[in-house]
Write a protein that binds this ligand. Structure first.
Ligand SMILES: C[S@@+](CC[C@H](N)C(=O)[O-])C[C@H]1O[C@@H](n2cnc3c(N)ncnc32)[C@H](O)[C@@H]1O
Length: 215
């Protein structure tokens, strides 16, 4: 490893979001299953190029977003349009408002260092109403080449941490059990994993978790 230091301060989160056209599958599933409905107030945390929130807005849902300034600047045109269509954009700081549902897709596993991941989840917890719902998806270990330490990513030496990619993004893929425990430790109860078997590690983990207690 030589002089190599922890990559956390080398990560550029604004490099992470890609310009997908379609919403994440878990969002579509939650509409089809009527888990999402138009009476709910929804916050998307880490909205990237806005693929989910544009879709929800077009479908008539009440949706706000919270994103890092660097990402909002990178997708300025999209964020301006989203606001023009009535969407509320919170930059960097989570809103001091409570929502029925928070959606966060492919975000938690890109946040480095671990304490920031916890802070992100606690912020989500804090802006959910009592019994509020978190809808999330994340990359599993089977989806990430570097997961077995065979790929090109640079392993971060922090225990339990992930990889710095050549694009200066960070990835820490999850096992179902790991994300379940992580959510439980931070005030959520996992109510549903959408993949057929929790025992076979899915490439993509899609889940519903409920805020429990009131901290
Ligand atoms: C891989 S992208 C996913 C974007 C979008 N959810 C999607 O599925 O296309 C992860 C996003 O999380 C955002 N992000 C990282 N840390 C954040 C934080 N503390 N608060 C809000 N957004 C954050 C990044 O800026 C990035 O846009």
């Amino acid at each position: 490893m030589g002089e190599w230091k922890c990559p956390c301060n080398q990560v550029h989160p604004e490099n992470v979001p890609r310009t997908f056209k379609n919403p994440a599958k878990v969002v579509v599933k939650c509409i089809q299953l009527e888990i999402l409905n138009k009476d709910q107030s929804i916050l998307e945390a880490g909205s990237g190029c806005l693929r989910n929130s544009f879709f929800l807005q077009e479908e008539g849902f009440d949706v706000s977003v919270v994103e890092l300034k660097e990402t909002v600047d990178r997708f300025k045109e999209e964020y301006d349009l989203f606001e023009k269509k009535g969407g509320k954009v919170y930059v960097h700081n989570f809103p001091l408002k409570e929502f029925d549902v928070v959606i966060s897709t492919f975000t938690i596993e890109t946040i480095c260092p671990p304490k920031k991941r916890v802070e992100f989840l606690r912020n989500i917890y804090g802006c959910l109403k009592k019994d509020g719902l978190l809808i999330s998806s994340m990359r599993g270990v089977k989806d990430v080449l570097t997961a077995g330490e065979k790929g090109k990513g640079l392993k971060c030496p922090l225990p339990g941490n992930g990889y710095l990619t050549p694009l200066k993004t960070f990835i820490r893929p999850f096992h179902v059990r790991q994300i379940t425990v992580f959510l439980e430790q931070n005030g959520f109860r996992v109510e549903r994993i959408f993949q057929k078997s929790e025992k076979i590690e899915p490439r993509i983990i899609e889940l519903l978790a409920r805020k429990i207690g009131d901290r």
